[in-house]
Design a protein around this ligand. Structure first.
Ligand SMILES: [Zn+2]
Length: 247
């Protein structure tokens, strides 16, 4: 395994009928960090494995980082956590900024996961910490083995974190969901490659990214793009499912 690599698991937006929802898998040394857990996660990983001829599945996720609580970014977490608790019995670690963690259990997961009813009529209660190790991302650098993670807030409807991930001198950036924010682009551009969202409405217009200087556009990959955008006809490279970039 190279020291730092990124697998593109999904490139689609919240409404896609063509792709998996946006999802990256970072590999740093022997650590694997999933960036967001979209619906149909197991199938997305399987299709990625078929494309790369290298198998990764739900059991290979050492860490999962949730950028924000919209369903296209965290709707696959229940599948991952149920599998890891009830099938293979090996906890993963969940990372998110404190505002995201504050709502993750109560506002997204607990309805389907907090009660186990037994055949004798009794029941037991579970908490998020019964399923995973929970690790808030505080300001500054979070270290996962050789990987150094930094985050920065984006402009979105709910609290959301953009990311820079470093091993030695190699850096990968990810905007997560955001409105156009030149300061965020500048922060992300201090990377060897960075993934930037584009979409309609509250998201970043493609025209704003196309107007950026070549020094920033040159190592940008579009992600979270609408089905209507044709990847071969855009002047910025589009991330494609099945890609595996080794830095
Ligand atoms: Zn969102």
């Amino acid at each position: 395994m190279s020291e730092l690599s990124v697998r593109v698991v999904g490139v689609g937006d919240a409404f896609t009928a063509r792709y998996y929802n946006a999802c990256l898998l970072i590999e740093a040394g022997d650590q694997r960090l999933l960036i967001d857990a979209p619906p149909a996660l197991a199938r997305a990983l399987r299709d990625h494995s078929l494309a790369t001829l290298d198998t990764v599945g739900l059991d290979d996720i050492d860490h999962v980082l949730i950028t924000h609580l919209h369903g296209d970014h965290c709707g696959g977490l229940e599948q991952l956590l149920f599998w890891r608790r009830f099938v293979t019995g090996r906890k993963t670690t969940i990372h998110a900024i404190p505002e995201v963690l504050a709502g993750l259990w109560d506002a997204r997961l607990r309805g389907g996961m907090d009660t186990l009813m037994h055949p004798d009529g009794s029941s037991s209660a579970l908490e998020l910490t019964d399923y995973a190790v929970v690790q808030p991302m505080l300001p500054g650098v979070t270290r996962l083995g050789p990987l150094e993670l930094e985050w920065r807030r984006t402009i979105h409807h709910i609290p959301t974190s953009a990311l820079r991930m470093r091993v030695g001198s190699r850096v990968i950036g990810y905007s997560a969901d955001t409105s156009f924010d030149p300061a965020l682009v500048a922060w992300l551009a201090a990377s060897d490659v960075f993934f930037h969202e584009t979409n309609f409405g509250v998201h970043t217009p493609l025209a704003s990214l196309l107007a950026l200087p070549e020094a920033q556009r040159g190592h940008m990959r579009l992600i979270h793009y609408p089905d209507q955008l044709e990847p071969t006809q855009v002047a910025i490279a589009c991330a494609r499912e099945g890609e595996w970039l080794k830095l």
